[in-house]
Design a protein around this ligand. Sequence first.
Ligand SMILES: O=P(O)(O)O[C@@H]1C[C@H](O)[C@@H](CO)O1
Ligand SMILES: Nc1nc2[nH]cnc2c(=O)[nH]1
Length: 331
Amino acid sequence: MAPINANDINDAKAFVPAKKALPEVDTEGSNGNGTTSKGYSYETLLEIANFLISRVSDTPRIGIICGSGMGSYWKEGSLAETISDAVKISYEDIPNFPVSTVEGHHGQLVFGKICGIPVVAMQGRFHYFEGYPLWKCCLPVRVMKLIGIKTLIVTNAAGGLNPNYKVGDIMIVKDHINMMGFSGNNPLHGPNDERFGPRFPPMSKAYNFEYRKIAKEIAKELNIDDIVREGVYTCLGGPNFETVAELNMLKMVGVDSVGMSTVHEVITARHCDLKVFALSLITNECVTSYDIIGEANHEEVLDVGRMRQDVLRQFVSKLVERITQLDANSP
Ligand SMILES: O=P(O)(O)O[C@@H]1C[C@H](O)[C@@H](CO)O1
Ligand SMILES: Nc1nc2[nH]cnc2c(=O)[nH]1
């Protein structure tokens, strides 16, 4: 058989030009002062934190990571738009900060207030599939800790694996399974700086019990308890969505929602003693049978994010308010 010549290929898809130049992704973090192959030094992260502190007037209490379609871009009605007195700082303008490369992720930090409480939101997060090592995906968590947050609220878009879940449901994360960690890929891999946290941090209480209780109360108050669930999340490396066999395996081990983020961020947050709340927006039903016609796609993920933005905005705002009240009254 004659070899294939690229010029002979007639499949238009093969020649669709990239929408924009591919971003440069620094996969090991060796491009700045103080960087090592195993992460940024404490001092470099402190420099980033001080750079940000010098640009805002209030110390944020709560950090929020906006998931795909959930305020990860600035849009009327979105979660990030809840933030008043906003000071927006593009990732590109922050020394030593990675840049967001995912469609639907804006790529900026937004400092401001929700219900009068100082917060900082990440509009756009860093994923492993973009080419960043896990420690770099989680760099902003340590920076937010150094800036002064006490609590991290993490949101993500995820496929619903639990057969009772419907598209548009909100799943409070009660636990995770660190699938990538099973092969040793962990954001805490490498030398440990005790100034962040211990070498061997526990993860059995990763998702704050009191916060989860409050979230369920808020769901009742907002009359959305019929769409609010509680379950176990797992993160796979992506960027492809899962095969039927993979999803059935995950279902067997007790996974309720599947995504491509959050787990490593939560590990990093708990390592440095942040309190954590996380939720999944169920943006698609996982395809667990070969008979199902539909397939997962990123457009659907973004669409469902848009569809639920009002509800999520209200839910997270109330959460910010009540978490702050709770923590003010507890030691
Ligand atoms: O940032 P999150 O975890 O919300 O994004 C998920 C994973 C992929 O980036 C995207 C897939 O559509 O949604
Ligand atoms: N891995 C994964 N990530 C998602 N993000 C949104 N939906 C999905 C999904 O079905 N699988």
